[in-house]
Design a protein around this ligand. Structure first.
Ligand code: TYM
Length: 329
C-alpha cells in the first residue's frame, strides 16, 4: 500500500487556511493510503514560543485532527518529538543539503526578513532539513500540503535524488507533493493579497473561534469595486478568495461556484452565503472537538501513534545509518 504523510506546526490557532489547504484533505488519504499525520512540535521551536501555549496548541491540534475526520484506526497520529528518529535522521540529512539552496527557500526569506538579522536561529534556516527527515522516515509516496509548503517538498525531492545517486541505491522513495486544486492558498480576509496565517488576528478565521466573530469577519472582508461575483485574482482578489473558500467547502470547482452566484449582484448577499457555509463547517468541527478535548482520547491516540510510527521510522533510520557507514548497524 502506498504511503501518505503530512503534518502541521502547533505554533498558533489553526486557521481556515490550514483547514482548506491541508487538514480537510487528510482524511481522504486514509481510505487509499497508509496514512501518517503528525504534529510538527519540534518545528514549532524555530521561532520563540511560550511553552504553555505550545503545549495547549499541541493538544488542540490532535483534537482537531480527530474532529476533522482522522480515524486513529486508519491513520497513525503522533508527535514528531515522540519519535526520536526524526532528530537522528535530521542530523544525517543536514550533510546532504546545501546552504545555498536552504537560503533560497521562500518561507525562510519571509520569516527571517522580520527578525533582527543578527539573531536568526539556525533551526529556522535548517527547517526544511527536518521536514525532509519527517517525510523520508516513512518513505511517503505523497505529501498533501498547501501551496506554501510545496517548495520544501520539492527540495526533499532533490535530496532524494542526490542521496540515492550518491549511494547508487533506492534508499528513499521519491515523494510527490499533493496540493488541492481549489484552496491551496487561502488569503487574509483583511488583505487578500497576503496569505491567511496563524498570526493575523484580523484577517484570519480560526477553527476554534466564536461563530459570531467569524460571521462578522466575513461580512467585513475586504472586497473590490463592482458587483459581479467573478474569479479574477488580479483585479478582484477579495471576491476571488471568498469564492475559493465557498467552492472548497462545498466541494465544487470555482467555475461551479461562479455559476451558482451568477445572478447575485450584491456583495452583502454573497458574503452572507459564504459565511453560512463556513459557519456550518466550523460548528460541526467545534462540536466534535468539544467532546474530544474533555476526554482522554488525545493522550491515548498519541501513545498508540508513537509506537506505530517508531516501528516504521526505526527501520528506515537503520537502513540509512548502514548505508552511510555507521559502524555496527
Ligand atoms: P504549517 O503548520 O505552516 O501549515 C500546515 C498546512 O496548512 C497549509 N496552509 C495553507 N493552505 C492554504 N492556505 C493557507 N493560507 C495556508 N496556510 C497554511 C500549509 O501549506 C500546510 O500544508 N512545514 C509544515 C509542517 C511540516 C510538514 C512536514 C508538512 C513539517 N514537516 C512534513 C508536510 C510534511 C508547516 O509549517 O505547515
Amino acid at each position: 500500500m502506498k504511503r501518505s504523510l503530512s503534518g502541521i506546526k502547533p505554533t498558533g490557532k489553526l486557521t481556515l487556511g490550514n483547514y482548506i489547504g491541508a487538514l480537510k484533505n487528510f482524511p481522504k488519504f486514509q481510505e487509499e493510503y497508509e496514512n501518517f499525520i503528525f504534529v510538527a512540535d519540534l518545528h514549532a521551536l524555530t521561532l520563540p514560543i511560550d511553552p504553555d501555549y505550545l503545549k495547549n496548541n499541541t493538544r488542540d491540534l490532535v483534537a482537531l485532527y480527530l474532529a476533522c475526520g482522522l480515524d486513529p484506526n486508519k491513520t497513525t497520529i503522533f508527535l514528531q518529538s515522540d519519535v526520536s528518529e526524526h532528530s537522528e535522521l535530521n542530523s544525517i540529512l543536514q550533510n546532504y543539503l546545501y546552504m545555498g539552496e536552504l537560503s533560497r527557500m521562500t518561507q525562510f526569506k519571509d520569516k527571517s526578513k522580520k527578525l533582527n538579522q543578527n539573531a536568526i536561529g539556525l533551526g529556522l534556516f535548517a527547517y526544511p532539513v527536518l521536514m525532509c527527515a519527517d517525510i523520508l522516515l516513512y518513505n511517503a509516496d505523497v505529501v498533501p500540503v498547501g501551496e506554501d509548503q510545496k517548495q520544501h517538498v520539492e527540495l526533499c525531492r532533490n535530496l532524494v535524488h542526490r542521496f540515492n545517486t550518491r549511494y547508487n541505491k533506492e534508499i528513499f522513495v521519491m515523494p510527490e507533493p499533493i496540493v488541492p486544486q481549489v484552496g491551496a492558498r487561502i488569503m487574509s480576509l483583511s488583505d487578500p493579497t497576503k496569505k491567511m496565517s496563524k498570526s493575523d488576528e484580523k484577517g484570519d478565521i480560526f477553527l476554534l473561534e466564536n461563530l459570531k466573530s467569524i460571521e462578522k469577519k466575513i461580512m467585513r472582508a475586504t472586497t473590490d469595486l463592482g458587483s459581479d461575483i467573478k474569479y479574477d485574482k488580479e483585479n478582484k482578489p477579495g471576491i476571488s478568495n471568498l469564492l475559493m473558500i465557498y467552492a472548497s467547502l462545498k466541494d465544487i470547482s470555482v467555475e461551479e461556484a461562479e455559476e451558482h452566484f451568477k445572478d447575485c449582484h450584491r456583495y452583502g448577499d454573497f458574503k452572507k452565503e459564504v459565511a453560512s457555509v463556513v459557519i456550518d463547517t466550523i460548528s460541526k468541527i467545534q462540536n466534535k472537538y468539544n467532546g474530544i478535548i474533555s476526554s482522554n482520547l488525545v493522550d491515548e491516540v498519541l501513545k498508540e501513534g508513537a509506537k506505530k510510527a517508531k516501528a516504521v521510522a526505526s527501520i528506515t533510520l537503520k537502513n540509512v545509518q548502514k548505508t552511510v557507514g555507521i559502524y555496527g548497524k
